[in-house]
Design a protein around this ligand. Structure first.
Ligand code: PTJ
Length: 259
């Protein structure tokens, strides 16, 4: 693993870049995952590489929705498997959500490698691997992401899908499921089609959701319901776009380097 000095001003960004590259060599991350990550990095620059205030609300609502679900599933792809495996396992345990490997570029080798990453991170059960004839399919999707576990996403009432593609978010919504997604791009089809969209970096979002879930799991259901009541995803996407515009507008007026 490439060593990045901890005091480097962009330590996390560089560390993640190398996790993604290493993950691709180990056949965990898809080649296209590098491009997707770069797109995410660009949007994260616009956020200032920290969690904006609006995102805490999106995350809180997402945790409440997971805790209120009858059958929640966390969908895991190559990128999130290398960026935040421990957080996904912890979130699953705290919200009683099962983990399912679900890939756009599906190969048995990657399914098994991602399962192994999750097991190393503490998972006891991982769905979506080596499905063969047991596979269920989502309607209206032609690519590999239509393949799902009949005991997982197919049956779920709520699906948490960090780094999703728009088609599948749409298909899951049309099946009546609540879809929670994380996407740094508030304009993506995934972001727009999600029931609850978290516009934040997936590592920060899942770390913060774990801390929230530890506290919120003790709350009465009525209180959790009041958190998601009146939540308006479109309004919150508008807030995220406004945040980016205001931040850029402030930066356009200020001296960027002192001296
Ligand atoms: O592992 P697989 O086979 O399922 O493939 C995964 C990829 C990521 C290749 C596949 O899902 C894909 O092509 O995704 P897209 O359509 O490129 O979408 C990725 C979205 O995630 C983009 O809108 C990015 O802005 C966003 N994104 C990238 N990195 C992050 C992110 N959002 C949050 N946190 C990130 N770290």
């Amino acid at each position: 693993m490439f060593e990045i000095p901890k005091n480097h001003p962009r330590y996390w960004s560089l560390k993640e870049r190398h996790l993604i590259i290493e993950g691709m060599h180990k056949k965990i991350v898809a080649e296209a995952g590098l491009i997707a990550h770069g797109r995410g990095e660009a949007f994260d620059y616009l956020l200032g590489e920290e969690t904006p205030q609006y995102a805490y609300l999106q995350e809180e609502v997402a945790v409440a929705a997971l805790l209120l679900s009858e059958y929640p599933i966390i969908s895991v792809n190559g990128n999130v498997a290398v960026l935040c495996p421990k957080e996904l396992v912890q979130l699953g345990e705290l919200t009683n959500a099962k983990l399912e490997v679900n890939l756009f570029y599906r190969t048995t080798e990657r399914e098994i490698n991602i399962k192994n990453v999750l097991v190393t991170a503490g998972a006891t059960k991982v769905l979506g691997v080596d499905l063969g004839t047991r596979a269920a399919t989502l309607p209206e999707i032609s690519h590999n992401r239509r393949i799902v576990d009949p005991e997982g996403i197919f049956k779920a009432d709520t699906v948490f899908v960090p780094l999703e593609d728009g088609d599948r978010t749409m298909a899951l919504r049309k099946m009546g499921k609540t879809v929670i997604c994380v996407d740094l791009n508030p304009l993506s089809r995934t972001a727009v089609w999600g029931s609850i969209t978290i516009v934040n970096h997936v590592r920060r979002a899942t770390q913060e959701m774990v801390v929230m879930a530890e506290k919120m799991r003790k709350l009465p259901r009525e209180q959790l319901k009041s958190i998601i009541e009146n939540y308006d995803n479109n309004y919150m996407l508008q807030e995220s776009v406004k945040f980016i515009c205001q931040r850029l507008s402030t930066m356009a007026k200020k001296k960027l380097i002192e001296g």
